[in-house]
Design a protein around this ligand. Structure first.
Ligand code: BGC
Length: 561
């Protein structure tokens, strides 16, 4: 019997604060903007908000480079604004989750500044400072965003510091006990301030297997991918156990880790005594990212592979514990563009509703990224200069350094860019989409006159109402228990391009079914009897004793009749 927990019943709405709602007319979203929009989030059916980093930061990676863990960035408001947001949200039954970025800090964090100022300072050991070999970096690791993962220390000969992400994001040394205690203190402090949990960033990177000297290069830049030396390294579980014991375990909070965990280790991560309540699975989100080699060329994935990725994640996670389910976040392009990148002509309300149906029936805590619920799409900016994302610029430069021509590189990079999901939220058809009265920090998608929340709320047939209906099935009433606590059982798995599963609890059964292709398919209607709970078409077509599933039709049926 599944243990009941509030965080299993949560529905998370992810807010990228810079892009959600500007309340003071400076073109940048802020915390008071989120407070203004709490009713929108509640009406949709969400009861928790994960706010991407809102801490003080010099913005090299838009907030994932934190220079003060205790302070709200001036760009987003004040700590008091955050406390007010937490209190107002609580009144409405919404919990606030913060982003916990503890693999690295900004180079402008006081610890790093002190480490730079004095080589003898204790803060040196909070990070990885290492001697190079004759002015060359200690090894040939490539940072995630491209280039060497080692940066020379200014004014010191032959000394480098490690940064797995941008040069302005030095990695923290988790072998240093005092540094860890500082992080634990900070985490407990935020819980005392009323936050209900954390999304935990890049946590699989905290243990490093240091490499003295170069490894075999895997690219023309002479470098080697850093992943295999800093992701899920031997010893990481001791660190995670200690983290949990000193922080999360002391409170009734929710923890969602950004952690791709191998199936055979899931129990330690998300089992009853796991380090976290749940993790994000990357299999489906990264379906078009090649495992090795050229990041920029999308894989030739098939719908069957996508289905298997999604359903394997479901069935392996449910053996061990709980998961967080999602299609979009601030690091991904929009899901409709990703899953229809090769058949753009099929992008429509129907296909967007189909994706929603597949996602929102899954076992796990759903995470909806701002704008996903109104079907927001990728943006097409005219040139690389219009992109803000540091990863996009690095990828562009790497692409140019390879043999591809400029246009091909630009097309590939702009398709993948994280800015696709970071464009301002489209609230209405007024200037700047109701996001701000000033020119936004990143352009609004020109389709905002058609795709916006106000229009979606007014149209009872919209994607927004489709989301709302699917979420309300989970939130209350007859299906709540089966949709939250039921097992996922794959259905029709031997049929090409059919993505279907049942949620099953005791004698209750709810079928989620999607015909993920641009053609009809015939079925025996007896496999579909029951009350229709959701449909992205106006009707179910029964002809000559057959159920004819329409192109991209997605339905939910209560099979318990
Ligand atoms: C976040 C990214 C960020 C990186 C470094 C991630 O996984 O989601 O947005 O760039 O961690 O903090």
């Amino acid at each position: 019997m599944e243990i009941k927990k509030w965080w299993k019943e949560a529905i998370i709405y992810q807010v990228y604060p810079r892009s959600f709602q500007d309340s003071n007319g400076d073109g940048t979203g802020d915390l008071n903007g989120i407070t203004q929009r709490l009713d929108y989030i509640k009406d949709l059916g969400a009861n928790a908000i994960w706010i991407c980093p809102m801490y003080k930061s010099p913005w090299s990676d838009y907030g994932y480079d934190i220079s003060d863990y205790y302070k709200v960035s001036e760009a987003f408001g004040t700590n008091e604004d955050l406390y007010r947001l937490i209190a107002k949200a609580k009144e409405k039954g919404i919990r606030i989750l913060l982003d916990l970025v503890i693999n690295h800090t900004s180079d402008e964090h006081e610890w790093f500044q002190k480490a730079l100022a004095n080589p003898k300072s204790k803060y040196r050991d909070y990070y990885f400072f290492k001697k190079g070999a004759n002015g060359k970096p200690p090894n040939n690791w490539r940072s995630y965003f491209g280039g060497s993962a080692w940066e020379p220390v200014p004014n010191e000969k032959n000394m480098f510091y490690l940064h797995a992400f941008t040069t302005k994001m030095p990695d923290l040394n988790w072998e240093n006990e005092e540094m860890k205690q500082e992080l634990y203190k900070m985490i407990n402090w935020w819980v005392e301030k009323g936050v209900s949990g954390f999304r935990i960033d890049a946590i699989m990177n905290i243990k490093k297997t240091m490499l003295a000297g170069d490894a075999q290069k895997d690219g023309s830049d002479g470098l080697v991918a850093i992943d295999k030396y800093i992701i899920n390294q031997p010893g990481i579980q001791d660190l995670l156990f200690d983290l949990k014991k000193n922080t999360f375990a002391k409170h009734d909070i929710m923890t969602v880790a950004e952690a791709a965990v191998p199936d055979d280790e899931l129990e330690n991560f998300i089992g009853n005594d796991g380090f976290f309540n749940m993790v994000f699975d990357f299999r489906a989100a990264d379906i078009d990212v090649p495992e090795t080699g050229e990041w920029f060329l999308p894989t030739n994935w098939t719908v069957n592979e996508l289905r298997d990725a999604l359903l394997t994640a479901q069935t392996s996670v449910q053996k061990m514990g709980w998961g967080a389910t999602y299609f979009e976040n601030h690091d991904q392009n929009r899901s409709i563009n990703k899953y229809f990148s090769r058949n753009k002509e099929d992008i429509s309300e129907v296909t967007k509703k189909m994706l929603a149906t597949i996602l929102l029936g899954f076992r796990g805590t759903p995470v909806i990224f701002e704008g996903e619920e109104i079907g927001m799409e990728n943006i097409e900016l005219a040139s690389i200069d219009e992109y803000e994302d540091v990863a996009t610029h690095n990828q562009y430069n790497n692409g140019l350094a390879s043999k591809l021509d400029e246009k091909t590189v630009f097309d590939l990079v702009s398709y993948r860019s994280r800015d696709n999901s970071r464009t301002p939220m489209q609230w209405d058809a007024s200037l700047h989409a109701g996001f701000s009265t000033a020119t936004p920090w990143l352009p609004v998608n020109p389709n905002y006159k058609v795709i916006n929340a106000e229009a979606a709320i007014q149209n009872k047939n919209s994607i927004y109402h489709h989301y709302k209906n699917l979420l309300s099935l989970r939130n209350h009433g007859t299906f709540k228990n089966v949709l939250i606590y039921g097992k996922t059982v794959p259905k029709f798995a031997d049929l090409d391009n059919i993505m279907a599963y049942e949620r099953v609890l005791n004698d209750q059964k709810v079928l989620y079914f999607a015909n993920f292709q641009n053609k009809t398919m015939e079925f025996n209607p007896s496999d579909f009897t029951g009350n229709l709970l959701s449909n992205n078409y106006d009707e179910l077509l029964i002809q000559d004793g057959k159920f004819i599933a329409q192109p991209y039709q997605a339905i939910v049926i209560d099979r318990n009749v």
